[in-house]
Design a protein around this ligand. Sequence first.
Ligand code: SF4
Ligand code: SF4
Length: 332
Amino acid sequence: MAKPNPHRPFTPDPGFMALWPEGYSGNAVNGLGETGVRRPRMVWWAPDPDGPVFGEMQKWFYAHEPKDPDLMALRTERRAIIEAPLPDLAATPVQRTPEEWTGALARFVEAGDCEMTGVARLRPEWVFEHHETDFGTVIMLGVQHDHAELSYVPELRGGIEVTRQYCRAAAAAKRVAGWLRQQGWEAEPVTGPMTGKILMIPPALECGFGELGKHGSLINPEFGSAFRLGAVLTDAPFAVTAKRSFGVDAFCQNCRVCEDACPPFAITPDKQTVRGETRWYVDFDACIPYFAETSGCAICIAVCPWSRPGVGLNLADKLARRAERIADDPGP
Ligand code: SF4
Ligand code: SF4
């Protein structure tokens, strides 16, 4: 039997709920129940909160968060990283084969800028409706959380770790974009959480970072869900990296750790149709009041068993061996 959830029952803050736009549902903005594929609309984390329908609630998030000096210093650091100018575009583009370009990304892992790199061709359905881009390729970057620190969520200490890794992800995206521009290739960094341009999770799935978990976040065999994403849009001729699956989807069917841990019951046991795709989906309207009140929550990614250091690779190996046994002997 699951342990009692220390964060339930949860009653949303009336001040936050009073800002909820009349008649709006974030799930509707996200395309829940829509069977056709379409480009996404911004629902939260808008770079300019005066625009989208949940902008006032996003402002409440920032007004409400604790003004802790470490958190504020990280916010300032992230802002400085984002606003720092990129190097000038070199006049003559360096030529490499697509495989050499993709291989060259390893330098950013070796230098400790990030822990994962991958490449996907940019699809129109990943680009927000309000944004246009001519770039055809997206480089994905993953930065790992310190799981011990992340485990403090929803307390501030866990949130500080989240912000720290958003800083690293932003710095990595700027560095990769700068490196490309110094070699004569246009590149545009995309930094979370206010990406404003593209969805991050679909290209991260496509480039092989992991599978989508029931909690709506990525699960990677080595890092679980304890990582954050950055991205770079470019036209440099990178080779794509392969999509991967390692048993997460089936595992989630039989696991309910995140469902039980989510204070506002935002994680549901079944997949749903969202903009033409049947997949795991977190109920935005249920999640966002708790997310806002705790300055980012993140309980679901911290408790996911794949996120525990040393667990994911063994689990993936076990699931692969089980799948092989079933393939060899499907039974009667
Ligand atoms: S982030 Fe949202 S979905 Fe995840 S545990 Fe918190 S409230 Fe639930
Ligand atoms: S906690 Fe369990 S059900 Fe939730 S995402 Fe992780 S593996 Fe899947």
